[in-house]
Design a protein around this ligand. Sequence first.
Ligand code: GAL
Length: 747
Amino acid sequence: MTDRLLRDGWIFEPGFEESWTQTPLRGTPIALPHTAVELPWNYGDETSYQRTFTYQRTIEMPPDLGDDRLIVHFEGAMANTHVWINGHLVTHHADGYTPFEPDITDYLTAGANLLTVRIDGTENPAIPPFGGRIDYLTYAGLYRDVWLNRRAPGWISNAKIEIDDPMGEAPIPRISVRLHEGEDAAAIGTITATVRAPDGAIVSTTTCTDLETVLPPIRDPQRWSLDAPNLYTLTLSLENGNAFETRFGIRQAAFEADGFYLNGERLQIVGLNRHQSFAHIGYALGPEAQARDADILKYELGLNLVRTSHYPQSVAFLDRCDEIGLLVFEEIPGWQHIGDDTFKAQSLKNVADMIRRDWNHPSIILWGVRINESPDDDVFYKQTNALARSLDPTRQTGGVRCIPDSTLLEDVYTMNDFVLGEEHLPGFLQSQQGRPRTPLRTREEVTGLTEPVPYLVTEYNGHMYPTKIFDGEERQEEHVRRHLEVLDAAFGDPAISGSIGWCMADYNTHADFGSGDRICYHGVMSMGRAPKFAAHVYASQGFDPREKPVLEPATHWSFGDRKVGGIFPLIILTNCDAVTFHYGDDSPLTFEPARKQFPNLPYPPVIITDEDLNPVDRIAWGDSWRDGVICGIVDGEVLIERRYVANPLPTVLEANIAPLIRNGDAYHDRLIRFTACDQVGNRLPYLMDQLSLHVSGGASINGPKTIPLIGGVASVYVRQMAGAEATVTAITLSGILPAATASLHAG
Ligand code: GAL
């Protein structure tokens, strides 16, 4: 049994002709993951990838293959993929987000065999999410890894593990095994099932010939939780040498009418929605980059949940969520539109494919079985719910909607509540005429139900207040306020299990949406994963100040960026007990968090207004602007401080490379963020320049080699080969900053 990554050796050719399936193509040599059409940062034409493309490579038939089978495992391809081996069609998979694995053995001949893959980037209305409009891009390409797997005849393609009595002293693992299509159970023989604890010790084992088996109980269970994400491993070994392995966790997750409970304890969900895309290269980011986003959500933003809007995301991303303790709400592909019967049949298949791929991830606590924000369709959604429940009775279902009073067929009423900002809409578009500014509606108003039901807010803000990382301070201040207000409202209403904001990072979109440049600036981070001030709203709630003090004043510290001038009201996002504010040589002033304004937040921000300053300290147009220092105090001690200079000058280009997460991979797509900084290390938000990137060693740039500084930050993913050292040097085209070099060490 071997698994081999088919990373390089591919030929890429735009278009497709049937005859190509039998003829070696001369196109462009490429490596996977690959995007069929690279787009510019913004103003990209979404129709450019809406056509067919061909990928081709040869597969050597091993001379000793004997009775063994060769299977090509595609982790995902966008979209509507057909696969041929030596001109024989071996599979068709319509969905762009789930795996498929054709068995190519029957058509192999000795020596080289031609594997041809046709993908179709058109928005085919038979396939979700297509047929209506969609606020995101789907790109096109073989954008996830592809593997060549060799198996002795008789193998397990999947197994589900369910835990009875997860909170008891001796939880009982129950497994149900799925054989590869066409295999019969008799050919499998005896299965040896072994469960290993996180430290590798065997804690339960049995042998069986049945596909449904109960294992001996696991004593001294180490539960999976956000702080201790303990992972067990189940191995199923067959006499013929084949094996199947999966990780799982022992935990209990339940949405109740009074909130969400993890292992019996109420947990307020604080999350963001995530798209799996990036500038230029679309979806074509490898496992390391996917895992990095999970780390950003948990360790930079302090969140406890992510919604994989609006489709199943990569296994690498979910694996990382399991490993670090980040909850996941995963949903089927779609956006507002329900198509015809073929579309619905595909959508049902998507429910099954998603659940079968992901049922063992302890991080996943909810299946989204509605097309995001689609209208009610009780017949259809009864089917998606029934299917989800039959495949996985251990998890609850949700289905994201934006219409109030919709039929509740799911276990959890999951609602996108964009009421904040509605007061600016014309009356006929408001959910209630003349309503004052309101962060969230009540569960009763949204559901129209008098009985209490589990309730979760799955989106807010987003298009109600798009904000760019290079927007002026006043706009960013309002952006920050809106995120604070919604979080405070969610924390304050025990009927709300939590809230998932729109969204993690800006994303490229269709012309019908966004700021005209095909970007929705809805993220709390830029597309390059650089934090806007609103990102710190989340970070300031997510950490104990003694472990990670957060102090992020929502200012660029300049006199003239706001109307009339100054930096007030100044919102300081912090988890500290108090802050001190030093302006020039004036005596420092101390401020407490704004508990009255934000009574429900674990860590309300500090808000300083003009009135808080002594009249002599008030700053006016024509005064000299001075340096400042803001300190965060915890238990009477200064734990963190931020310094500001009155005369910022471009001084350093900082290179930030996150450490490697996944050591065993053949290649690593590593995120590097280059930040233009002043004398004291503050970002220069309005420095517009281009960086030219130069690589030496075992790496290459994903996307273009000249990239813009956006809000003073330029982000790039660099593909580093396993074991190779590399450096990436960034040079500003204007020469305004010294060059920066990022050194990528081998894992
Ligand atoms: C929602 C939708 C999201 C995104 C968001 C913008 O209606 O579900 O995909 O478009 O609006 O705020």
